[in-house]
Design a protein around this ligand. Sequence first.
Ligand code: APR
Length: 291
Amino acid sequence: MDENLAKARALLAAASRIAVLTGAGISAESGIPTFRDAMSAAGPPQGARPPGGERREATIGGDHVAGPPQGAGPPGGERREATIGGGHTAGLWAQFRPEDLATPEAFAANPKVVWEWYAWRRERVAKAAPNAGHTALANLERRAAHFALITQNVDGLHRRAGSRNVIELHGNIMIDRCFAEGRVLAAADELPGTPPRCARCGALVRPGVVWFGEMLPPKALEDAFAAAQGCDVFLSIGTSTVVEPAASLPFAALDAGASVIEVNPTRTPLSARATIVLAGAAGEVLPRLLG
Ligand code: APR
């Protein structure tokens, strides 16, 4: 690790344009469960079982639980998942079926169940605090000449840590939107209910996240690929690199000639092509790498 850390620090010291991609792993040490990882030894905290999501063993090696399998590749705007070796055996997606909770169809079919599941996740996000990994990236941004932080996370912890140039590819869980008009709603724009309703058109209110099968915000996607294809060093932190189009970003950076540094305790589809792999937890590795 030390040798790789020294090499990675040298690459970053020589870089003027830095782009970073983060996934659920960077928030794991803040107590927010990832989607595809075995729950921490402690298991889900007391009372963590949300309403509606019955326990289900994911199929192993069978059909994929979310979306049709697709190869990693072109940055189409629709959110989808590339399979690696069958079904999920860990993380949130081992406990709950994405197709029951994280698609517009699921919301239309069971708005109360889906709303309560997001309310449960919002509660956990509200109680969480940024960790040393988030803080190290905020400090790096202050030092770097050109810096972009692309996140798949909807928890807002990067901004709470002081990061500014944050590209939220999958939206933000603390924001409400009108299910029909798509516009952001403040509490005053909503009629009470579970879920609430839009005071202007009467449609359901939905969480401001991008669900499977939905298009990512075009400007965010464009900015993310521009940052990846225009950087000298690309950091890929705490992501399993299986959900497209975000999963294509580190490969786009590699293809454009950038050095790619991966920070993850386990291997991903990127590990074999990454310039340097730092196998460890973001909250421990990033302060050492960026401190
Ligand atoms: N530090 C760094 N990486 C970690 C840590 C940690 N402390 N703990 C776990 N990881 C790694 C895991 O090894 C795994 O590779 O983080 C990754 C988390 O992967 P996922 O749970 O698949 O999360 P992510 O890649 O962000 O998922 C992408 O899929 O379900 C959707 O909406 C969801 O935005 C998310 C998208």
